[in-house]
Design a protein around this ligand. Sequence first.
Ligand code: SF4
Length: 291
Amino acid sequence: MKIVIAKNSGFCYGVKRALRLARETGKKNNHRVFTWGELIHNPEVISELERQGIKVANSLSQLKAGDIVIIRSHGVSPDIYRALKRKRVKLIDATCPIVKKIQQAVEKLSRKSGEIIIVGNRNHPEIQGLLGYSRGKALVIENEDQAKTLPYKKKRTVLAQSTQDGQLFSKVVAALVEKTSELTVYNTICESTRVRQESTAELARQVEALIIIGGRNSSNTNKLYQISRRLLPRTYFIESPEEITPEMLQGVTRIGLSGGASTPPEVIKKTVTAINNSFKQNSHQEKVTHD
Ligand code: SF4
């Protein structure tokens, strides 16, 4: 039995940076420290931050002047930013620089003519932030079918949520080409997402089953699941190693493991141990390799 971990699994640059900023802020300050929403989709990391005195704020009413508020890697809309400023809190902006660039691009486009299409998940905080920069000129499209129902337009620009599935984005662009005479395409899927998706797809072609580990409400982890599932029906999505079942491993001699951008390295290690233990219980022999 071999367990193969996908290359580029686990924390991305933006998440690592946000976590570092949060931990440094927690250590240095005597003020109350909050993150604006959960910093990452992982309960263990949220508990660890809470132990360091960093709480999660989900509404302005939780905050008072002098508090420190960390903006997470997804960023926020200008409205939220201004509302936080009005509260007279000190802001630590951990918006991923890549997301910041997309925000700036949307803001620039909003001052020009033509519709802006953002391919992403409407309820995701990154998209909520981007919509705020679009001055009401952006439309969120989640899939190819929705793009096909759009009316014909002379001018459009299309861009993607930073963690979008590359294949889905290409399909939406192809559908928009049919509906627009002048279409400008910005592929804003970040490099970290692209390589993670490619590594997971590559691994899905080499193993008999593949386990995706990460937060259920993590957009990029869900995308990894969909990408692997298209290639390998025996793809499983778990949030913690305790969810491994003997059925997932039954008859498998080579199993893959991939984690999302907010999956801590310790969780990946614990999942390897859980798979090994499950096999040991079933008197199998395992070997762990990194592909
Ligand atoms: S997935 Fe990409 S854009 Fe999003 S936080 Fe990570 S590095 Fe930044």
